[in-house]
Design a protein around this ligand. Sequence first.
Ligand SMILES: Cc1cc2nc3c(=O)[nH]c(=O)nc-3n(C[C@H](O)[C@H](O)[C@H](O)COP(=O)(O)OP(=O)(O)OC[C@H]3O[C@@H](n4cnc5c(N)ncnc54)[C@H](O)[C@@H]3O)c2cc1C
Length: 119
Amino acid sequence: MNANYDDWAELSADEYDNAKERMIDRSLTALEEYLPGVREQCDWLEAATPKTFERYTLHTMGASFGTKFEGLDISRSIFKVVPGLFHVGSVGIIMSGWLGAINYGVIVANDVDAHLRSV
Ligand SMILES: Cc1cc2nc3c(=O)[nH]c(=O)nc-3n(C[C@H](O)[C@H](O)[C@H](O)COP(=O)(O)OP(=O)(O)OC[C@H]3O[C@@H](n4cnc5c(N)ncnc54)[C@H](O)[C@@H]3O)c2cc1C
């Protein structure tokens, strides 16, 4: 489900744990509409929040899919400002996420190639 960093960031440790438990419970309740009794079948339940993604991916505010389109202009202009310095990652080209990052990698590799051939 979608999540806002601000909804989680300021919670105390207890509030955070309780909010995660409520999220798990709500998710199971919704899932049980499609899979009755699924709650009893689960051996272990985990919940991740934007704070989890921030901790494990180092992405600011847990933005696990990188930037949307606003990151692209900055990324595309870095090598024009500092020749030879290229940036690649999930910056909203075509889409964000790993697929966007990989597609963008191919595009930037082409820029690097052109740069190397020009020096
Ligand atoms: C739980 C989860 C599920 C996801 N599911 C999908 C999915 O189904 N489909 C999809 O398309 N995308 C998915 N994504 C998003 C996708 O994984 C990311 O958008 C993509 O991996 C971002 O790639 P990136 O190269 O831009 O950044 P990253 O893969 O985060 O690479 C950045 C690298 O920089 C390093 N780094 C950070 N700071 C420093 C520093 N100061 N010095 C040196 N190194 C540093 C980090 O350690 C990391 O290795 C998911 C992400 C998460 C967290």
